[in-house]
Ligand binder design. Sequence first.
Ligand code: HEC
Length: 143
Amino acid sequence: MNLKGRLPAIFVIGFLIIGGAILASRFMSPPETAPAIAVKVPTLTQVAQRGKESFSKNCAACHGENASGTQKGPPLVHDIYNPGHHADGAFLLATRRGVRQHHWPFGNMPPQAHVTDAEVKAITRYVRELQTANGIFYRQHKM
Ligand code: HEC
């Protein structure tokens, strides 16, 4: 067979390869730990530094290193979580009771019973210092 006779087959194979590549790129999502946003890390106070350590162990799997978000949970360095919308008490509540999905498409947050109140306090300090360094401040919440 000459080349002309093979052209249809070459086209079919070409389409299969290109189609496969497009499909593969659709199903390949970025790695689960890829940060959702870029977070500037300031010099932390001592309490916030302790909070960072606890956060990395207990929260970063979903909320990302430096609270920058992942494929499993939202960034906490986000205007939604400014202290006027989510006061410090929201961190304790979230850790004790978990959170029902409402702002994001990641599903529910399970309670983190093993994290102590003191740790949550330090974590909250840490997230607030990150927020401040990234231009997120108290804004009164209006519905
Ligand atoms: C298994 C994943 C996961 C872990 C671990 C996790 N979170 Fe969450 N968290 C989520 C998800 C998902 C949401 C968003 C729910 C929504 O609004 O749709 C959330 C929301 C929150 C909120 C917002 C609460 C509100 O009232 O809307 C706070 C605060 C929070 N998390 C703090 C923490 C802290 C602190 C830790 C660690 C002690 C932690 N999370 C660990 C998944 C997680």
